[in-house]
Design a protein around this ligand. Structure first.
Ligand SMILES: NC(=O)c1ccc[n+]([C@@H]2O[C@H](COP(=O)([O-])OP(=O)(O)OC[C@H]3O[C@@H](n4cnc5c(N)ncnc54)[C@H](OP(=O)(O)O)[C@@H]3O)[C@@H](O)[C@H]2O)c1
Length: 343
């Protein structure tokens, strides 16, 4: 399999490292992967014989401008070169998520699918804005679109919904889908500290970003839930359909009140079918020990599906971080190679 990688940030680099680490295991399974392109926002690297992953990673560890790499580095290399050279069968799209336009990922994925190239992505923007269009395009061109990384990385939310609940109707989706907010709440509970202090701990540990608004205001949870709803319930909802609130108002008193009642606070994303209508919201809730997501603590995530014929399914866990995200990209690639059809 010949791969082009777009985006050489945290997950992109972790993906290259994983390809290197897993090379023998994948070969033993009959999957031989050649990484031909790595692109960043300014040029990239192209080697038709396959980029030497270990050597490239050593170089990229200290040099952000990857086009300076001596073997195949080129400041003018662009996405259009990948399309016109016609020498890859898989695009791994890992450019930044833009929730307003989906770009540049939306154009990359659209062009790749139109040109008969399979796509696996962790980029939530294009998937939340245009999943149905992209799925139809993949089908028309007889290629696959793997999106498992977009909704919780290693937690198999999409795959479980598509594969293990196939043939049933999903009536509700409920999830603790953001590890950062869950970690902050746990710190407040366990260390008896206030919100600002817990947020700072999360930032110091690299769990929360310098600008944490996307996570703490509930948008990351809302986007992941939106993707699950559109993909698994066949909807075409937008962020405007979701009532979103985050954890910014949380106080020590809220935590103590919940604890006194034997409950825990969680940022929950929930979609419930009510006849033809869908109720969709993200909100901080008190849940009791009988709730299936009660035990989702710290950086962990979890999701519960209720279906008409296959009952309730709860999945908890899935490692966090860039390596886990990269591993979920590799998981989709392996499944596509085995002939699994996501679309
Ligand atoms: N981090 C996680 O754990 C995680 C988990 C699940 C999903 N995701 C998603 O995975 C994607 C990648 O995440 P990340 O953490 O690796 O992001 P990141 O560290 O910000 O890296 C993004 C990369 O994309 C490159 N890029 C920007 N515009 C480009 C363009 N037009 N063409 C080619 N490359 C371009 C950037 O290049 P420059 O360096 O030149 O700017 C950078 O190398 C995002 O969509 C994110 O939401 C991340």
């Amino acid at each position: 399999m010949n791969i082009a990688l777009l985006g050489c940030g945290g997950v992109g680099k972790a993906f290259i490292r994983l390809l290197q680490e897993k090379e023998r295991q994948l070969m033993a399974q009959g999957l031989c992967i050649s990484l031909k392109y790595v692109l960043s926002s300014k040029g990239g690297v192209y080697n038709p014989q396959g980029i030497d992953k270990a050597d490239f990673l050593e170089f990229a560890a200290s040099e952000r401008n990857i086009f300076k790499y001596s073997i195949g580095g080129n400041p003018n290399l662009s996405f259009e070169d990948i399309i016109s050279n016609k020498d890859v069968d898989m695009l791994v799209e890992l450019t930044p998520t833009n929730k307003d336009t989906g770009e540049p990922g939306l154009s990359h994925i659209t062009q790749a699918l139109k040109n008969g190239i399979n796509v696996v992505t962790g980029n939530k923007g294009p998937i939340m804005l245009a999943y149905k269009k992209l799925k139809d395009l993949a089908k028309e061109n007889s290629v696959q679109l793997g999106i498992g990384c977009t909704t919780g990385g290693a937690l198999p939310t999409i795959n479980a919904g598509l594969m293990d609940l196939a043939g049933s109707e999903i009536l509700s989706i409920e999830g603790v889908l953001n590890g950062t907010t869950n970690f902050i709440i746990q710190q407040m509970e366990e260390k008896a500290i206030d919100y600002q202090e817990a947020l700072k701990t999360a930032q110091d540990l690299g769990i929360a970003e310098t600008d944490p608004s996307y996570d703490i205001e509930g948008w990351d949870t809302a986007i992941k839930m939106l993707i699950l709803v559109n993909v698994l319930m066949g909807e075409e909802k937008t962020l405007k359909d979701i009532n979103v609130s985050g954890i910014t108002g949380i106080t020590r008193k809220d935590i103590i009140n919940a604890k006194t009642k034997g409950r825990k606070l969680k940022l929950i994303g929930r979609t419930v079918k009510d006849g033809e209508k869908l109720d969709m919201y993200v909100t901080l809730e008190e849940i009791d020990p009988s709730h299936p997501l009660y035990g989702v603590d710290g950086k962990n995530k979890g999701v519960t599906y209720i279906s008409d014929t296959l009952g309730d399914l709860t999945i908890i866990g899935g490692a966090s971080g860039t390596k886990a995200a990269a591993a979920s990209i590799l998981r989709d690639i392996v499944n596509i190679d085995k002939g699994y059809k996501f679309v």
